[in-house]
Ligand binder design. Structure first.
Ligand code: PHE
Length: 334
C-alpha cells in the first residue's frame, strides 16, 4: 500500500526519470514482478486482499507512465511548433529618431527647466491667427515677407507660415502668467535650395506676466544658447516684426572650422538663429490681454537651422529625403 502512495506521488519531467520509474515498478525485476512471485506463498485467506492491492499498484504505475509520457510528448510537439526556443534570435534593425525630433526635444527640455510648458496649434490656420491678430492686417506689406500657401480658393484658410499663430491661440485661451513653448511644422511657398525649404519646423516661445522686460528676454536667450551649444557668444541685432516692438534677430557666433560651416554661414562667423522681441501691445489687445497690466516677450526659431549647426549638416534637403544612410547616423543620439 505504501508503494501505491509513492507511485501516485511520482512526477518526472524527462524521459530518463520516467524510464527509471517504469523499471522500478513494471520492469522484469521490478516490484510488481516480485509481488506476483510472492503470491503463491501468501496464505489462502489473504490471497484475495493481496491480489487486489498488487492489481491496484499495477494499474496506478501503468497509468502514471502513460500520463507522464503523454505530457512529455505534448511538450516535444510544442517545441516543434515554435522551433527551437533555445536558438539565438535573428538580428533586428533598430530605428533611430529623426534629427529634427532630437533637436526639438532638446529645445523643449531646456525650456522646461525654466518653467515653460508645451503647446501646439493646427497646421491649417485662418487669416486671423496667422496674420491679423499678429498686427498684420490685410494689405500690410509685411505679409509679402512670408510667401503663403493658401488652401484652394479661400484666402481665409492657409498653411501657417510660422508658429506665432500658436501664440495667439494660447493667449486667447489662457490667462497670464503665460510661459509656453510651441513646436511645429510651418510652410512657405519658397524655392527649395540647400539653405531653405518650403516645409520646415519652428519653436515659438511666449512669456507674458507683469513687468516683463527686454532684459528678461535677453537673459533667457543667453541661458538657452548656453544650454544648447555650450559656451557660446550671441548678439542681438535690431530688426522688425509686426507683432513685436522692439524686435531683434539673434545671431550666434560660430567659429568657422569646416567646409560645412562655410556653407551654412555664407562666409561670416555669425549665424542668425531666431527672431524675437517684446509682444506688441496691439497683439495683446487682439488676444484679450490688457497691455497696461501685462507685458511679455516672444521668440521664434527654426529647428532645421539649429540641427544643421549642431550636427554640421550642409544641406537642409537631407532632412526630408529620408535616406537611411543619413538617418542612421543619429542612432547614437537616441
Ligand atoms: N514668426 C517669426 C518668423 O517666423 C519669428 C518670431 C517669433 C519673431 C516671435 C518675433 C517673435 O520669422
Amino acid at each position: 500500500k505504501q508503494h501505491i502512495e509513492e507511485a501516485k506521488m511520482f512526477h518526472a519531467d524527462n524521459k530518463e526519470r520516467l524510464e527509471e520509474f517504469r523499471i522500478k515498478y513494471l520492469g522484469g525485476k521490478g516490484i510488481l514482478k516480485e509481488f506476483f512471485a510472492e503470491f503463491k506463498n501468501v496464505p489462502n485467506e489473504l490471497k484475495k486482499e493481496f491480489g487486489q492491492v498488487i492489481n491496484e499498484l499495477k494499474n496506478t504505475a501503468e497509468e502514471k507512465v502513460k500520463s507522464i509520457q503523454e505530457q512529455l510528448e505534448s511538450k516535444e510537439e510544442s517545441k516543434g511548433q515554435f522551433g527551437d526556443l533555445s536558438r539565438p534570435g535573428y538580428p533586428m534593425e533598430v530605428g533611430s529618431r529623426h534629427p529634427i525630433s532630437l533637436v526639438k526635444n532638446q529645445i523643449l527640455d531646456v525650456f522646461s527647466t525654466i518653467g515653460f510648458n508645451v503647446s501646439e496649434g493646427p497646421e491649417i490656420e485662418d487669416d486671423w491667427h496667422n496674420f491679423t491678430a499678429l498686427n498684420l492686417p490685410e494689405y500690410h506689406p509685411a505679409r509679402d515677407m512670408q510667401d503663403t500657401f493658401f488652401i484652394q480658393t479661400n484666402p481665409d484658410i492657409l498653411l501657417r507660415t510660422h508658429t506665432s499663430s500658436v501664440q495667439v491661440r494660447y493667449m486667447e485661451n489662457n490667462k497670464p502668467p503665460i510661459r509656453t513653448i510651441s513646436p511645429g511644422r510651418v510652410f512657405r511657398n519658397e524655392a527649395v535650395s540647400a539653405r531653405s525649404h518650403c516645409i520646415f519646423h519652428q519653436v515659438e516661445g511666449l512669456y507674458i506676466d507683469k513687468d516683463v522686460s527686454f532684459a528678461d528676454l535677453k537673459q533667457t536667450l543667453l541661458y538657452f544658447t548656453k544650454e544648447m551649444f555650450g559656451k557660446s557668444k550671441i548678439r542681438l541685432r535690431p530688426s522688425y516684426f509686426p507683432f513685436t516692438e522692439p524686435s531683434a534677430e539673434v545671431d550666434i557666433y560660430w567659429g568657422l572650422k569646416t567646409e560645412t560651416d562655410y556653407r551654412i554661414t555664407k562666409g561670416t562667423g555669425w549665424l542668425e538663429i531666431m527672431g524675437c522681441g517684446m509682444v506688441d501691445p496691439n497683439v495683446l489687445k487682439n488676444c484679450g490681454i490688457n497691455p497696461d497690466e501685462y507685458s511679455g516677450y516672444a521668440f521664434g526659431m527654426g529647428i532645421e537651422r539649429i540641427a544643421m549647426l549642431l550636427y554640421q549638416i550642409g544641406d537642409i534637403r537631407m532632412f526630408y529625403e529620408n535616406d537611411v544612410r543619413f538617418l542612421e547616423q543619429f542612432k547614437s543620439s537616441l
